[in-house]
Write a protein that binds this ligand. Structure first.
Ligand code: GEK
Length: 244
């Protein structure tokens, strides 16, 4: 990895703390940031390919909501074995979408990814067999999360899947603190300093609002899905599979 793609955003002491934003600086180092900050990220991305192979339906749409640099959408493309599918990847960060649009196009791929710079709350979802929200619902205003889930459910085909990955919190405050400590140890083992860990935590405080697994599951079931189960968990990060 060259030095400019290594995440050093919080390496220096920040005099005027500000909320975290998905700007050009973040987009430039994003793959390194995710790899060193989300336990199990490569496993989740890998399994999106497997789940796509299993559940994508002919002539349907696949959505990557909060796509960042399109890792989940690329995984969907690799997993597609059905015909005539469309992949739509949406993010409201222009810096992320600009980098997606600059990616080389794989001529042999079964379809092209349509990248859209749009708020996922305004994105039209129709005829979907696979919808992925990989670590994005946590950034949506809590008061609008039900509306988001209802919209996803309404835009999906029967037997379609919704994959929701999130940073979560635990009901028991002591367990919650313990898991956060373990998570910070994971980040330090990946080369982040104590200053980087604490400055990033403060920057995300008002921006990334985690909920419990139960809150997520209840919301998904309330939206109408027939099941919602955790298929991956490591510390305070999990991924859930919901079936319509
Ligand atoms: C991955 N899924 O690599 N509308 C659209 N995009 C949004 C919104 C919104 N309202 N709010 C936040 N985002 C990716 C990783 S990152 C996760 C997803 C993280 C976008 C935001 O711009 C960012 O690109 C993404 O959601 C969250 O699998 O950084 O922890």
């Amino acid at each position: 990895m060259n030095d400019s793609s290594k995440d050093k955003i919080f390496a220096e002491a920040i005099k005027k703390p500000q909320d975290f934003v998905f700007d050009e600086r973040v987009a430039a180092v994003f793959p390194d940031m995710l790899l060193r900050s989300i336990p199990g990220y490569p496993a989740i991305i890998g399994m999106i390919e497997t789940l796509t192979t299993q559940f994508a339906q002919n002539n349907s749409r696949l959505y990557d909501l909060g796509c960042s640099l399109g890792a989940s959408a690329q995984s969907m493309i690799r997993g597609l074995k059905t015909t005539n599918c469309q992949i739509i990847a949406v993010d409201n960060s222009q810096a992320m979408i600009d980098k997606c649009l600059a990616l080389p196009i794989e001529e042999s791929a079964p379809t092209r990814i349509e990248f859209r710079c749009e708020d996922i709350l305004n994105c039209e979802i129709t005829d979907a067999s696979v919808v992925v929200m990989n670590f994005t619902l946590q950034f949506i205003d809590k008061a609008r999360r039900c509306e988001m889930l209802d919209k996803i459910f309404a835009g999906m085909r029967p037997n379609g899947i919704f994959i929701l990955s999130e940073k979560v919190k635990f009901e028991d405050p002591a367990v919650n603190e313990l898991l956060i400590e373990v998570y910070h140890a994971f980040k330090k083992a990946n080369g982040y300093s104590a200053l980087e860990v604490s400055q990033k935590r403060s920057a995300l405080e008002n921006v990334l609002i985690p909920e419990t697994i139960k809150e997520h599951r209840d919301r998904i079931i309330r939206a109408g899905f027939k099941s919602a189960d955790v298929w991956f968990q490591c510390f305070n990060f999990m991924s859930m599979l919901a079936i319509k």
